[in-house]
Design a protein around this ligand. Structure first.
Ligand code: SF4
Ligand code: SF4
Length: 277
């Protein structure tokens, strides 16, 4: 029987709280216990796990594509149905004129080419990102998703990076996949959190840390994602507000990580792997 691969997200409402650091340290810990681990960097607009591991991204293992609409003017009757249908307001149309597609706002959902009664919109495949794999050491791989510069809707890149990492994990018979998400509570974070067994939520003892913690806990509650809170640099501020938020969501701080100069040094030199913690 195929073993179940444990899927864990490392997330946080606020940027700069040490998500990637915790993700790499956690991967370290698992490898030392003899587990096979894939660390999957889902912060596709700005992946940085490879830097923390002192790596360079190699040739892409997979390219990520999405479908976008293209108007066939000769078939269009300027009826306006596509513009009225688009929920992203990505189609601008003046009365009696051809619709104009605003690519930056388009999610590639396909609604417009489905509803057009005259088949005047066709879908066109375009590359939106790449996926890379770095073998780091025995039993440890890094999968990195990277969206093309300027892409607004990066959720599909996250979804495909996760799928790739899961297939790869099955191939190498991994025990764990750790999904290092972007900061915030927007679509790419939701994509990264979907279907994980649980999420470590990283925060810091500051008012902003507490406020953003509240947002991500609310999101996890809606997604029914079990969470464990990790307070990073726990001794550098007042954790009262973080504790209050945790209590509001009927949970507690699971682990506190104190500030460490050595850790910051290892982080800045890309030497987090094997850092004694
Ligand atoms: S729905 Fe089709 S025919 Fe109508 S405006 Fe849009 S593209 Fe043109
Ligand atoms: S594919 Fe979806 S988001 Fe893009 S223009 Fe069409 S309806 Fe709007």
């Amino acid at each position: 029987m195929r073993k179940k691969i444990k899927q864990i997200a490392i997330s946080g409402g606020k940027g700069g709280v040490g998500k990637s650091t915790v993700a790499v340290l956690f991967a370290n810990k698992l490898i030392k216990k003899g587990k096979k681990v894939i660390l999957c960097d889902c912060d596709v607009e700005c992946p940085n796990d490879y830097l923390l591991l002192g790596q360079k991204l190699r040739k892409p293992m997979q390219r990520v594509f999405a479908e976008f609409p293209k108007l066939i003017k000769s078939k269009c009757r300027k009826c306006g149905l596509c513009a009225r249908t688009c929920r992203n307001n990505a189609i601008f149309q003046q009365a009696g004129k051809y619709p104009i597609f605003v690519k930056d706002l388009c999610s590639g959902c396909g609604a417009c080419w489905i509803v057009c009664p005259y088949k005047a919109i066709k879908s066109q495949k375009q590359e939106i990102g790449q996926i890379f794999v770095n073998p780091i050491e025995k039993n440890f791989w890094l999968a990195t998703g990277q969206a093309n510069a300027g892409l607004e809707e990066t959720g599909p890149v996250v979804a495909q990076t996760k799928k790739f990492a899961l297939d790869f994990a099955k191939k190498v018979k991994a025990d764990y996949i750790l999904f290092d998400t972007a900061a915030g509570t927007h679509c790419p974070v939701i994509n990264a959190l979907l279907d994980v067994d649980f999420a470590y939520i990283i925060t810091e003892p500051t008012p902003m840390g507490a406020m953003d913690l509240s947002l991500i806990l609310d999101l996890c509650q809606k997604l029914k994602t079990p969470i464990k809170i990790i307070l990073n640099q726990a001794d550098l501020g007042d954790k009262t507000k973080v504790e209050k938020i945790a209590k509001k969501f009927k949970t507690k701080i699971k682990k506190e990580i104190p500030y460490s100069k050595e850790l910051v040094r290892a982080y800045s030199k890309g030497k987090l792997l094997n850092f004694k913690f």
